[in-house]
Design a protein around this ligand. Structure first.
Ligand SMILES: Cc1cc2nc3c(=O)[nH]c(=O)nc-3n(C[C@H](O)[C@H](O)[C@H](O)COP(=O)(O)OP(=O)(O)OC[C@H]3O[C@@H](n4cnc5c(N)ncnc54)[C@H](O)[C@@H]3O)c2cc1C
Length: 380
């Protein structure tokens, strides 16, 4: 099987590696002359994702964290994370993935912009046309090819920015996530430390609000020695309902294959790549395997989307959840959280008597939000 992958970002590279493992001949097209640049991503992933990516991820680990502190305006909860959270060097990760693809015989066409694709698997680049049995469009949020075929993500992203400063955090084994509408109105902010560096980040639909929130956070933490700032569009879904058409399949940010609560793209795409491998081995039909794998992952993400929207768009609910959780010392009862499967948190609450009590408390303080949450859960 001859497969073309358009785009050498994380998604293009992970699908390239998984398809090669499945036995396909892969040609990767990337319009720039290198991968990994410009950096934009925080690079936080679960241990599951490190394993799904394999060698290149293990080689690019910068730091490991045991838990997340969810902080509201007046209280906070600490949650242990199953297997820990890893911070990866995202530029090195993509460079190592490219190296591995090269060593496994992938044809890499850098500096090559694909100008047209057709549902029959035709690709036009540098005024020549090639035919493939399957095409993966991993062109990122800004890519235009998917729009020409009317498939893939068609929502609006928010903007996310990371800023690194010289300094130490008091507890470098923890990622702090802050829900405070003065810092980020429609998303959240984060703080973490690694290698004598403090990283702060935030997201918002409104770039002016984002700048203001980050300046406030910088002042609150007394940070002054800025090293660098980077960021880009953060996709919060919903994952597209149309990811495959004919021989074309849209993945990554181009398809909205991102965790809806955080915008994380590495987990859903690593998972989809692994599923393709499994399904192709079972059925021998590559296009069907890709289509099915993408459908399974997208539907899992769409379930998370309903709850994620409700939480992100409702600062009062965020504050209530955190303060009730803190009063009832929920961190001791909740056990370890799964960094990728956010819907699991709800299941835990339903199964645990003290968490039910917390739910009742939240219901008293914010009944409308809870009714909305339950109706969304029942619909999904
Ligand atoms: C601030 C921020 C923080 C983030 N933090 C995390 C995190 O902690 N964990 C996590 O999992 N995710 C995180 N993400 C999300 C993650 O970075 C993205 O989901 C992921 O990088 C998207 O990869 P992609 O390959 O789909 O798209 P991209 O990285 O955008 O890659 C697309 C590639 O396609 C190429 N291309 C486009 N059109 C063409 C064409 N016509 N021909 C040839 N090449 C083309 C582009 O040059 C580019 O290299 C974060 C994102 C942001 C912005």
């Amino acid at each position: 099987m001859e497969v073309a992958v358009v785009g050498g970002g994380f998604s293009g590279l992970i699908f390239t590696l998984k398809l090669i493992e499945a036995g396909a001949n892969v040609t990767l097209y990337e319009e720039h002359n290198r991968v990994g640049y410009p950096p934009h991503c925080t690079g936080l992933v679960s241990s599951r994702v490190v394993s799904l990516i394999g060698g290149p991820a293990f080689k690019s680990i910068i730091s490991r964290y045991d838990s997340i502190i969810f902080a509201g305006k007046n209280s906070s909860i600490r949650a242990k994370i199953k297997g820990g959270i890893y911070k990866l060097d995202r530029v090195k990760l993509e460079e190592y993935m490219l190296e591995e693809a090269l060593s496994r015989g992938v044809k890499i066409k850098l500096n090559t912009r694909v100008s047209r694709v057709s549902l029959k698997g035709l690709i036009e680049a540098n005024n020549s046309i090639a035919r493939y049995d399957a095409v993966i469009l991993a062109e990122g949020y800004r890519g235009l090819l998917r729009k020409s075929l009317n498939i893939g993500f068609n929502g609006t992203p928010i903007y996310g920015v990371n800023i690194e400063y010289e300094g130490f955090t008091s507890d470098d084994k923890t990622v702090k996530v802050i829900f405070d509408d003065k810092l980020s109105g429609d998303f959240f902010s984060w703080i973490l430390g690694f290698n004598e560096t403090i990283l702060i980040g935030s997201g918002s639909e409104d770039p002016a609000y984002l700048r203001m929130g980050l300046a406030r956070l910088e002042k609150m933490l007394g940070l002054s020695k800025k090293i660098r700032a980077y960021g880009g569009p953060v996709i919060l879904g919903p994952a597209s309902l149309r990811l495959s058409s004919g021989k074309i399949h849209v993945v990554g940010d181009a398809g909205g294959l991102n965790k809806p609560l955080t915008g994380g793209g590495l987990y859903p795409n690593s998972l989809a790549g692994e599923l393709i491998l499994k399904l192709y081995r079972e059925t021998g039909d590559l296009n069907k395997a890709i289509e099915t794998a993408l459908r399974i992952v997208a539907s899992k993400l769409r379930k998370q989307y309903r709850i994620a929207r409700l939480i992100l768009r409702n600062p009062r609910l965020q504050e209530t959840l955190i303060s009730v959780g803190s009063e009832l010392k929920i961190d001791e009862k909740i056990g370890e959280l799964d960094f990728d499967n956010h819907e699991e948190i709800i299941t835990k609450i339903v199964m645990n008597p003290s968490l039910i009590r917390a739910g009742v408390n939240v219901l008293f303080r914010d009944p409308i939000a809870v009714i909305k949450m339950l109706s969304r859960l029942l619909i999904s």
